[in-house]
Design a protein around this ligand. Structure first.
Ligand SMILES: Nc1ncnc2c1ncn2[C@@H]1O[C@H](COP(=O)(O)OP(=O)(O)OP(=O)(O)O)[C@@H](O)[C@H]1O
Length: 571
């Protein structure tokens, strides 16, 4: 939480001004019952109209001043809370964008989303509340007790006796509250995860008539959240009624004792009326302080979750290394890697590509094909072995330099709710000629030129208004448009028909010669012309060579090729 409070530092002058204004407003509020008591006991009995009018005006003046200063201070508090949260959200977003894939796996995407939304909202609420009530409530509480002490110390003592009970209550409730809200937030993360999965898979859920199943699954998660919310809410809800009880008991005692003291001539009726007002003020101040505790319980859990991300260490640091003289553009040397650091997902993989060469990777689902790409792009660090580009280990290349070398189409890659042009350009400021050349090579021109707005055609989020094949062509165009050094196509031809796939490969050879290409494919026809083909099985190399060599040497490859293309077919 300390980290969150550090964000308030730039706003200290404005906050101090706001708090000073709030202080003045609170003092005015405190003065009102005192003026009332003075008017009843001293001014009104004198019958002097001038004095009555003067004190009446003072009372109105104090009320107006309290009203204006409170509005002003609340607005300033809202401004500070809003700008502080904006900065926290900005830094959090930046930090999340810079997390390594391993860190994202650890925290989980729904949890990161919740930290950026619900948690920052909770912190915003708390920052606003602390400024609005944080200073006002203690002033009203302490000031109220001090003034009542000057009015009648005996009556004040009766009230003060109830305050320790309230203090203990507030402390124990808030101590229980923090872990409850942390747990609640964890279940909210789970709910976000379920919603995310359901919404992103809504088509398949409908297609397979799984709506009821998903509804039940969500109901279960929702119930879990409600249960935790109820438990936390019930604990917190104990506070206000119990406090009311303590204070009402104190108030009744004060009225009884007060009545005896007025009868005995030890105090005046105006003071008793003022006392009742001060009790209300003190009661409200105590209630407000409880609300702050509740809000603080909730938001300190949120603040800690935000701080955890903000203080996450930088993963995948650049490790300077000497450049080795190498004739190869891309090298993998005995590379082994495991996501969970227990079972290797790829093991002892080696290959070398000269500039402009193409590597095809083929193998069963889950055998580690995409993992090799993740390692080449240093989305994860390999556990052992060496991966180098132009003789430089990828770990020695700054992220920006490394990633600008690549043009990549991942599986299920994202298209955004923007024009086709923007989706291909992707904020790189490419020329119209580069975009058109890429779209032509990716075989996307045919459908784009058929659209009334051409490249200006608006896509919906995730490109749901395009067919699967059109989406893949746009994604390939995006990967090519920056003319990368290394092009990575992860299963990008699966939605393309054979003819289009062949035209794409021809376009790549003719228009983008010199780009080193890694193609992951399920179809042998997509990679049979590659200079090297790597056959993977459960993370291990099963065969490596050209199509012809593998037909001779690798039984699994021969079986795949025969089953897909028949004996001797080669298109
Ligand atoms: N982020 C991750 N965390 C943990 N395990 C992972 C992660 N990504 C992949 N894996 C596991 O690593 C193995 C290899 O996955 P990978 O995505 O490389 O397979 P693939 O050969 O590309 O599969 P496909 O052909 O289905 O795309 C799989 O067993 C998968 O479950």
């Amino acid at each position: 939480m300390r980290m969150i409070f550090r964000y308030l530092r730039p706003f200290v002058p404005r906050m101090s001004l706001g708090l000073t204004i709030k202080f003045i407003g609170s003092v005015m509020d405190l003065l009102l019952p005192w003026i009332l008591s003075y008017m009843i006991d001293e001014v009104a009995p004198s019958g002097e109209m001038g004095r009555i009018a003067l004190w009446g005006a003072a009372m109105v003046g104090a009320a107006v001043m309290a009203w204006v200063t409170n509005i002003l201070a609340n607005r300033m508090a809202a401004w500070v809370a809003q700008h502080t949260t904006e900065k926290i959200r900005h830094d959090l977003f930046e930090k999340i964008s810079g997390l390594s894939c391993g860190q994202v796996d650890t925290y989980g995407i729904p949890s990161l989303e919740a930290r950026l939304t619900t948690d920052t909202y909770n912190v915003h609420q708390m920052l606003g509340m602390m400024q609005r009530i944080g200073i006002r409530a203690p002033i009203l509480l302490i000031g109220g007790i001090l003034i009542t002490l000057t009015l009648d110390p005996v009556l004040t003592l009766v009230l003060v006796c109830t305050l320790p009970f309230i203090g203990i209550l507030v402390y124990s409730v808030s101590k229980k509250g923090v872990p409850m809200y942390t747990e609640l937030q964890r279940s909210v993360d789970g709910m976000v995860r379920t919603v995310r999965e359901t919404i992103s898979g809504i088509r398949v859920i409908k297609a397979l008539s799984k709506v009821d199943y998903e509804r039940e699954r969500f109901a279960g998660v929702n119930e879990g959240v409600s249960e935790k919310e109820t438990r936390a809410g019930t604990t917190m809800a104990l506070t206000n009624p119990l406090m009311n009880l303590f204070l009402n008991v104190g108030l009744t005692a004060v009225i009884i004792v007060g009545a005896f003291r007025v009868n005995a001539g030890l105090t005046q009726p105006g003071k008793i009326i003022a006392f009742l007002s001060y009790f209300t003020i003190i009661l409200n101040a105590m209630m407000a302080m409880t609300r702050i505790f509740v809000s603080f319980s909730r938001s300190s859990a949120s603040g800690d979750r935000i701080a955890e991300i903000l203080s996450a260490p930088k993963d995948l640091a650049v490790e300077p290394a000497e450049r080795e003289d190498s004739p190869y553009h891309v090298e993998f040397e005995k590379v082994t890697f495991s996501y969970n650091k227990t079972d290797a997902n790829v093991e002892d993989i080696s290959f070398r590509l000269k500039r402009g060469e193409t590597l095809g990777i083929i193998g069963a689902t889950g055998c580690g094909k995409s993992t090799l790409i993740n390692l080449l792009m240093r989305l994860y660090d390999c556990d052992s072995g060496r991966i180098a580009i132009d003789g430089r280990p990828v770990s020695s290349l700054p992220e920006e330099e490394l990633h600008t070398k690549f043009g990549v189409v991942f599986q299920n890659d994202a298209l955004f709710a923007d024009t086709l042009r923007e989706n291909i350009d992707f904020g790189r400021g490419l020329s119209e000629a580069e975009i058109e050349k890429a779209a032509k090579c990716a075989q996307a021109m045919e459908f784009i030129s058929g659209l009334p707005e051409g490249f200006g055609h608006m896509l919906t989020s995730k490109g749901t208004n395009l067919s699967g094949g059109q989406k893949q062509r746009v994604l390939v165009a995006r990967a090519l448009a920056g003319t990368p050094e290394i092009l990575v196509l992860d299963d990008s031809s699966s939605a393309l028909d054979y003819k289009t796939d062949a035209a794409l490969r021809k376009g790549l050879r003719e228009e983008y010669a010199g780009i080193t290409t890694v193609i992951i494919a399920q179809r042998v026809s997509s990679i049979l012309h590659a200079d090297h083909i790597l056959v993977l099985d459960e993370g291990r190399e099963l065969g490596y060579g050209t199509h012809e060599e593998l037909l001779e040497s690798c039984e699994v490859y021969r079986e795949i090729a025969t089953s897909q293309m028949g004996e001797g077919r080669k298109d």
